[in-house]
Design a binder for this molecule. Structure first.
Ligand SMILES: [Zn+2]
Ligand SMILES: [Zn+2]
Length: 179
């Protein structure tokens, strides 16, 4: 049996899943073995599945198991065909983009790196009482153990601290420092 690339792609999720009969599998093996494009699509599809597995379902073993299928079905709207169709399309898109890394960052997003000093005090309630040390640059929740100079501290309102140029302590003010 001679297969075309499109036919291979259509069956690729079943192939990875082991859900095709032996003659179809050997025809696909034979085609993929001699076809760089399909080898790459197969690898790309696997990568997408593994990446998805890594980020969304940490305890699911990599690779294609029936358990993973069930989890994907529970987690994804729509039916499985649509989802796997999307994955194959994503894998093919990754090939076009030329780099799995490129696709990884644009398709799935990357957590933004947050500077420790960015957005000073944006989420701190202005009326909150905070502690500053008179020669420091940060303000703290009273009792924070990262207050450096405990001999010269002063309790003031957050509003005032920010007006005077203090920035929130990244340790004790963490909950207010939303992106
Ligand atoms: Zn092919
Ligand atoms: Zn602090």
């Amino acid at each position: 049996m001679v297969m075309r690339c499109e036919e291979v792609w259509r069956e690729i999720s079943n192939y990875l899943d082991g859900e095709i009969d032996a003659s179809l599998r050997s025809a696909m093996d034979e085609h993929i073995h001699g076809c760089k494009r399909c080898t790459a699509v197969l690898d790309g599809t696997r990568n997408v599945i593994e990446l998805y597995g890594d980020e969304r379902m940490a305890e699911v073993p990599l690779g294609f198991s029936h358990r993973l299928h069930r989890r994907l079905e529970e987690n994804m709207p729509g039916n499985r065909r649509t989802f796997f169709g999307w994955m194959v399309a994503a894998a093919a898109g990754i090939l076009v983009a030329g780099s799995f890394e490129v696709a990884r960052s644009s398709v799935f997003g990357r957590p933004a790196l947050r500077s420790e000093h960015a957005q000073a005090g944006s989420g701190v309630p202005p009326d909150m009482l905070v502690v500053v040390s008179t020669d420091g640059k940060t303000f703290h929740v009273p009792g924070c153990r990262f207050i450096h100079d405990k001999a010269h501290i002063q309790t003031i309102q957050a509003r005032e601290a920010m007006r005077e140029g203090y920035v929130p302590c990244v340790r004790c003010m963490k909950e207010y420092l939303t992106a």
